[in-house]
Ligand binder design. Sequence first.
Ligand code: SF4
Length: 325
Amino acid sequence: MAKTLLSIRDLKVYYPVKRGFLSLQKQYVKAVDGVSFDVYEGEAFGIVGESGCGKSTTGHTIVGLLQPYSGEIRFEGEVISDKKRTADQAVKSQIIFQEPYTSLDPRFTVGNLIAEPLKVNTKLTKAQITEKVKQLMKDVGLNETQITKYPHEFSGGQRQRIGVARALALEPKLIVCDEPVSALDVSIQAQILNLMQELQRKYNLTYVFISHNLSVVYHLCDRIAVMYLGNVVEISTKRELFDHPAHPYTQALLNAIPVPDPDRVMNPTVLSGDVPSPLNPPSGCCFHTRCPYATDECRASKPALREIGEGHLAACHYCEKLQKG
Ligand code: SF4
């Protein structure tokens, strides 16, 4: 049985908003509203969902860039969700950001960008750091002669390689990849995804891979969690999720993937209405305002994320009945 590296229980990340006369009324934007899942050592765990569903907020909370409102995050069994995350715990999980143009400081050379975490967190000498930086550049497919160049002298794909090298510098166990290829051209996306797979094998990495692109997640991930309005609505292995989706939201997402076959008649499920505001989420099931199968029970009670098959969890009162395949 695979070892659990990261364990998240009932994680809530709320942003306070002041409203009303003299801003006395305090409300919360519920970006993440009770998320639970485990990530096993050595796997690539995908999180998918529409913009604003809370997937990036979850990733940023895992690496400590955001503090949870409540809930617990454990890494190798130790709680890291409180404010006292030690330096040792902090370096074990790193992040690759979505935007390779703004996530690199334009005043730093590539060498300094990759060396910075090593200077801050290790006792390596200057020569050892330079050697390590050159090795990392080689590992991500950059030429070490480019060490003195600045980010603006690189293409988008090369910049994302710098971001990958920087995330690898401290030899983390877990990397949160926050939409790392969505800002790149399609041909470059494939190169970066292949590089990430190669590095996962070489460094025995575990990924939490965040994306809104189901095809990208299918290519890279072993298991996938689907998020909607701050909640996880389904978790399964990628094959089971694509072959037998159980939650109506997952079914709609899969139905919307274009098929490269001009003769095939597409019949995508069109969800009615907009995603509700996380400031005032609906009662009961978070998806009931758009679900074609919603009943009074859905409007009244929130379905728990429960096991409906081996390693397959879904949060829907009628998931067994609605499961496709
Ligand atoms: Fe739809 Fe009801 Fe299932 Fe929610 S619980 S997804 S509203 S059928």
